[in-house]
Design a protein around this ligand. Structure first.
Ligand code: PMV
Length: 333
């Protein structure tokens, strides 16, 4: 099954109907996984080995504006700067947009504005693809459900399936080969006191793309066989912690899940390590502060930066220890 077959399953005859509007505009939040997605069971459709659970970042993410033109190439402008057609980012985006063109000569102008660092492990591809899928829906007037948008966003980047929603989100791994049961869904709980701290330790683009890193881990990571069981138990604990507003269990489970994911990467060959010295020093600082009684946890994705997890009443203390942290209230959009 190819990506184009999935698009056909979802859009049906709407695939042939010209755009209903002159432009389509949409915002999608970035999301941080508390239980990570690491490893695909199928590469083409980005079908994951396990389910995962995230929290979206409210007003932190990407806005996309799409229009149609008939020049030779797509025009991509990222944060005010035109991106060269030969750049890997342009190629990846144009390749994705091929799935949606009414005819092979149709081209798009894509203006994307993000307020999260690109490719620094802050899930910028997730909010990027999710915002583009939502903007396509607005441009063509498809009126797709969030479940359908989530499946289409997954075709761009796995974690983008979760950025269709705000709040807590579970991405179901599904069992079908066509991935029609593999989509993200919101968990309705609102946890108003929860805060996420973005700690940019390096804004440099990451060296190894998550796609390659995941594949290598699945193929030869000696610890990877333990990962699916770790995910099942962490998903159970996280859902219970969310329902009970049990911050300690939420923080502990998220931190342990991230460390286990990175352990599977270290067990691959050649080994994969996204941490830089500052990452390790910051982890030790968090552990020391926790010893002293501050309820503070971290999580880390495919990059050197950390995301801190804490509660509203501790914002001042966290900021005093990490003056450079950007505090996000995930439930204010
Ligand atoms: O969707 P991708 O290919 O960018 O992979 C994201 C993987 C992690 O960010 C490390 C984990 C996750 O669940 O978001």
């Amino acid at each position: 099954m190819k990506k184009a077959d999935v698009v056909h399953l979802i859009l049906g005859d709407r695939r042939r109907v010209p755009a209903r509007h002159l432009s389509g505009k949409a915002f999608a939040p970035s999301n941080i996984a508390l239980c990570k997605y690491w490893g695909k069971r199928e590469q083409e459709l980005n079908l994951p080995v396990t389910s995962s659970l995230s929290i979206s970042l409210g007003d932190q993410g990407a806005s996309a504006v799409l229009t149609i033109h008939d020049r030779a190439h797509d025009e991509i402008v990222l944060n005010g700067k035109s991106v060269d057609v030969s750049a890997p980012f342009s190629q990846r985006l144009s390749h994705f947009l091929n799935l949606f063109r009414l005819n092979p000569t149709q081209r798009f102008s894509i203006f994307i504005e993000t307020n999260v660092p690109i490719a620094a492990g802050l899930a910028s591809s997730a909010c990027g693809f999710a915002s583009i899928v939502k903007a396509l829906d607005a441009l063509f007037g498809w009126e797709l459900s969030n479940k359908e948008l989530s499946i289409l966003a997954r075709l761009g980047s796995g974690s983008a399936s979760r950025s269709i929603w705000q709040g807590f989100v579970e991405w179901h791994r599904g069992l079908r080969d066509d991935g029609m049961d593999c989509f993200a869904e919101a968990i309705p709980d609102v946890w108003a006191d929860l805060r996420i701290g973005l700690l940019i330790l390096s804004a440099k683009e990451k060296g190894l793309a998550s796609r390659e890193a995941m594949q290598r881990t699945v193929t030869n990571g000696s610890l990877y066989s333990a990962w699916p069981a770790k995910v099942s138990s962490d998903l159970f604990l996280l859902k219970q912690a969310i329902a009970d507003r049990d911050f300690q269990t939420l923080g502990k489970t998220a931190e342990s899940n991230a460390l286990a994911m990175h352990a599977t990467m270290l067990s691959a060959w050649p080994p994969i390590q996204y941490a830089i010295p500052e990452t390790l020093l910051t982890m030790q600082k968090v552990w020391a502060l926790r010893e002293q009684g501050l309820p503070l946890y971290f999580t880390q994705d495919a990059g050197p930066n950390l995301k801190l997890l804490f509660c509203k009443q501790d914002v001042e203390q966290v900021v005093s220890h990490f003056p450079e942290v950007k505090v996000v209230d995930p439930f204010v959009a």
